[in-house]
Design a protein around this ligand. Sequence first.
Ligand code: AMP
Length: 398
Amino acid sequence: MSRFNGYNFKDQKVLVRVDFNVPLNDKYEITDDTRMTATIATIQKIINDGGRVILMSHFGRPKDGPAEKYSLKHLVKHLGSLLNKNILFADDSIGDKAKELSDSMKAGDVLLLENLRFHKEEEKGDEGFAKKLAILGDVYVNDAFGTAHRAHASTAVIAKFFPADKKMFGLLMEGEVESAEKVLHKSEKPFTAILGGAKVSDKILIIENLLQRADHIIIGGGMAYTFFKAMGGEIGNSLVEAERIDTAKELITKAEAKGVKIHLPKDSIIADKFDANANTKTADNKSIPPGWMGLDIGPEAISQFVDVILQSKTLLWNGPMGVFEMEKFQAGTKAVAEAIAEATQKGAFSLVGGGDSVAAVNQFGYNDKVSYVSTGGGAMLEYFEGKELPGIAAIKNS
Ligand code: AMP
């Protein structure tokens, strides 16, 4: 059983770090509550045990102390409807008022603290600030995977003020850590990583790290053209990072030395402009005509990638295969999502993460057909780059 589920929170004041950094429109209405719903099971379990829940989160990037736009009070009503209860709110995350409110809570009560980033000390990882937060609770639960790569006061430093048996991951964080570990450290072979998106520069470290672990690396999206350029291809007006051409060459050489197969798309859907209504045709990736640009992988590349995916037992996907936001250029991303779903149905373990690939699996309706959809963009990337995430280390290594 999970450590969190095995714990009885009865009569405990439980300080839970969540990631409630949801998007709001100009009327302060929540336009996507995924980050809130993702942590409801954790909150509900504490309530059901008869514990008291004290929620803390960052919200946006306030520059200079409190600001109406970044107040977590805008989330109180919606949180109340998700949990079907009245939510208490403290208009400062630390101080006498927050302490009084947390001390007066009854079993099953939920208190939301004001935006942690109204205090500069949060992002600085200030110990004094972490201590002022810590005195509000008896137990510390971290359920904010989205900020696990930050060594902030509430995500990492605070852990030192709780004994080992009084700090743990919440259910969301447990799920994220477990599936990421399964892919990186316990992967069943063949392990295939599918990387896409716009830039090679964002993915170099992840490719380097995966060269130690993966059997196949599929590269699609805008980043693929830098690799073709590196191999002497004509790529027309396709996206290219000139200063990464040497890096691309080096990665290809390293992969060969390690026996890792790098799969680059044979062809592309090319367009005469970056536009939803552009004229399009199919072209080999080594000879894209001048004035044309590759905006999606082509039909040959789709069958090439699908073959590899269907033979894999572990799959990691980060980044779209093309400009999937435009209908004319979404076939590649859709086909990859479908193949991952099919491989999963045949028993493979699949993890999808990173903002755009998550948006794609949601948009094409495959989110419940893959094994795990990660909520953490930057955190997930850093994990797969092989870095130790401060939010995970603070709990695991103590
Ligand atoms: P990233 O944030 O690096 O994962 O990149 C995601 C973005 O890359 C999406 O908005 C895609 O539209 C874009 N993208 C994917 N393929 C291409 C391409 N061939 N040319 C230009 N942009 C692309």
